[in-house]
Unconditional design. Structure first.
Length: 238
């Protein structure tokens, strides 16, 4: 998705962000969902790193009555020590790590039990082997997997994570968004998703084959994630 400036230059679309309004509004959303669907439906929320640690702590505490399955990416994750403050103020389960690419990024988070779910992605973290190693370490601290699963990791990355999820004892959940028909034509795979469950299929290996001829039929199209600005125009985390 893009917008165009005069002259045809493509730029990200812009959205306006107000943290105070967000912190007041979001608990009412979860209250409405709980009232409608009851206590058994697992509820998750992604904060997109938009909050300061104390704002994240305030949100986690406000959401406790609605029993979230997890609250993810509340504050910029590279500041591992910031999660000490969040953890101190809320019992809402926390998840982070989709932007990480090295085991050291998780060290403090794991050893101090500051999170409950590892959000790393195989495509960002170096593949199956390093991701397996970090999950073995996480298991020592009773921390589960919650691997990042948007469409940009491709069916290859998703298949790698699905297989790894089956191989570890501390599997928690696998994020799944589903791919377009065009993507399925390029990445031929046997994974199935039904009734909330992802199955890797029975094809050997990861179960994904790249069709280069099909890929050639889909030339690159430039696209951007939105850009967040505060009301005064300041750039903010997306």
């Amino acid at each position: 998705m893009t917008t165009n400036r005069p002259g045809g230059a493509a730029v990200p679309p812009e959205e306006v962000w107000n943290t105070r309004a967000y912190l007041h509004h979001l608990p009412t959303v979860f209250e409405a969902v709980r009232n409608e669907f009851g206590p058994d439906l697992p509820l998750l929320h992604d904060g997109h790193h938009r909050m300061t640690p104390i704002q994240a702590a305030k949100l986690g505490k406000a959401l406790e009555p609605y029993d979230l399955f997890r609250l993810e990416d509340t504050t910029p994750a590279e500041h591992q020590e910031a999660f000490r403050l969040i953890r101190h103020h809320t019992t809402t389960p926390l998840a982070v790590g989709e932007a990480f690419n090295h085991a050291a990024d998780f060290r403090t988070l794991l050893t101090e039990r500051l999170i409950d779910y590892v959000r790393a992605a195989a495509t960002h973290f170096g593949g199956i082997t390093p991701l397996r190693k970090i999950m073995d370490t996480a298991a020592e601290y009773q921390i589960k997997s919650g691997f990042h699963g948007p469409t940009d990791i491709s069916p290859v990355g998703l298949a790698a994570q699905a297989h790894l999820g089956l191989a570890i004892h501390n599997f928690g959940i696998q994020e799944y968004m589903g791919d377009s028909e065009a993507t399925h034509s390029v990445f031929r795979q046997s994974m199935t998703f039904k009734d909330g469950l992802l199955h890797p299929g029975d094809t050997p290996g990861l179960g994904v084959e790249l069709d280069e001829e099909a890929a050639a039929a889909h030339p690159y199209q430039q696209a951007y994630l939105p850009c967040n600005r505060l009301a005064d125009g300041t750039i903010h985390d997306w």
